[in-house]
Design a protein around this ligand. Structure first.
Ligand code: T4K
Length: 370
């Protein structure tokens, strides 16, 4: 094996180039390249079917559907959210002039701890924005009970939860809306891309207006919308990738099986097991390092692995609540978020993608065990 070969945390799922060429030829011939074209329409339908959800609206990335969902539901004031996520989750609140209120996570899942939500509710709270972090489902039942009790909306950032199901039902059907990211680094990608999932046709229509400047017809603008329309090239690419995503998820599953077998008895390393009744997508494989037991800190292991060509990532360190924009918020105080801090300080996401070879997996495991 090439000694300079670097193993990256992920690698994009790419469609067959010849097949993509053929679709590009169709697009060229049609001269219709964006604005709700036929590939765009086909991809929305195919995704709704694949994901087992009623309606999907495509977006140009996973950040704009978050911002647009908050607009569509007219969310104001304060929103309860998790600090243990990618920074886009909280940024979407900031872009809407909403104050984020951070609540600690449950160390068993990495997701917002429902039992800590009620204490953070004030008269200004209008919504909850949880994240299915690493694609692990939140306790959606408990969160909905709290939301119903206080009349709050729930928007799930499901950027990591493509295809995740609980007892045969899509996790994307929980809450008022869910959003997905189809970025190159995700289980399913359209290069840059994303989507919103909603329950009814009226909402789908409203969201489609909002992502097209608010236009409802040639001369009527019904709301101050944004531009988040997806072009035909990326829609065609997305249709091709949808055909191979099941195989990609199964390949990831096999990597997870190998990691778990090899690391289960390593002192000072813990990881998540599959949850009963859940169809996982194996989007990430986080491990957590107990420095005393392992004999090395997280960062010592992280940089040692990097030096040897294994490029894991410390998702999600630092916590969102530690970034300059947010650290002044009262809820960002570290003593309000002890579990989130512990997780952020001990995590390494190991390389995880469909194209990892056995040799790569062996090398990664050997690096950790050495
Ligand atoms: N909510 C949550 C919970 C999210 O995690 C995200 C995004 C969002 C919302 C927002 O969705 P988007 O607006 O991004 O659609 C990545 C992604 O940029 C980001 O989408 C993702 N979450 C976040 C967790 O991670 P980086 O900075 O780690 O990516 P980068 O460029 O360092 O790439 C990582 C590795 O992937 C590279 O070392 C090699 C490989 N790679 C990457 C790219 C881009 C490739 O092999 N080819 C490529 O083209 O952020």
């Amino acid at each position: 094996m090439d000694n300079n070969h670097q193993i990256t945390v992920t690698s994009p799922l790419l469609p067959d180039l010849d097949e993509f060429h053929q679709l590009l030829k169709e697009i060229w011939d049609s001269k219709w390249i964006t604005n709700n074209g036929s590939f765009h329409q086909r991809l929305e339908k195919a995704l709704a079917e694949y994901l087992k959800v009623p309606y999907v609206s495509l977006f140009t990335n996973g950040t704009l559907p978050l911002i647009t969902a908050l607009q569509a539901l007219r969310i104001t004031g304060e929103v309860i959210t998790t600090p243990y996520s990618f920074v886009a989750t909280t940024h979407s609140l900031w872009w809407n002039g909403i104050k984020p209120v951070f609540v600690d996570i449950d160390p068993a899942t990495g997701n917002i701890d429902p039992e800590k939500i009620e204490a953070a509710i004030t008269p200004k709270t209008t919504a909850i924005m949880p994240v299915h972090v690493y694609g692990k489902p939140c306790d959606t039942k408990r969160i909905q009970e709290i939301a119903d009790k206080y009349g709050l909306k729930v928007i799930y950032d499901a950027a990591h939860a493509f295809g995740v199901e609980v007892n045969g039902e899509s996790i994307l059907n929980a809450g008022d809306m869910s959003t997905l990211s189809f970025h190159a680094t995700k289980v399913y990608n359209t290069i840059e891309g994303g989507a919103m999932v909603m329950h009814d046709e009226k909402t789908k229509k409203r969201i489609d207006y909002l992502k097209n400047f608010g236009f409802a017809g040639e001369t009527e603008v019904v709301a101050p919308g944004i531009n988040s329309k997806v072009d035909e090239m990326r829609s065609a690419y997305g249709l091709l990738n949808l055909r191979q995503v099941d195989d990609a998820i199964e390949a990831r599953h096999q990597v997870a099986v190998r990691y778990r077998e090899a690391l289960r008895d390593v002192d000072g390393i813990t990881f998540f097991d599959d949850m009963p009744g859940v169809k996982h997508n194996y989007s990430y494989f986080p491990i957590f390092i107990d420095a005393d037991k392992f004999g090395m800190t997280r960062d010592e292991l992280y940089f040692k692995m990097r030096d040897n060509g294994v490029l894991g990532r410390r998702y999600f360190y630092p916590l969102i609540s530690e970034f300059t924009t947010y650290r002044g918020l009262p809820s960002a105080a570290p003593d309000n978020l002890p579990n989130a801090h512990r997780m952020a300080d001990t995590v390494i996401c190991l390389p995880m993608h469909h194209a990892l070879s056995d040799a790569d997996v062996n090398k990664i495991i050997a690096q950790i065990k050495r």
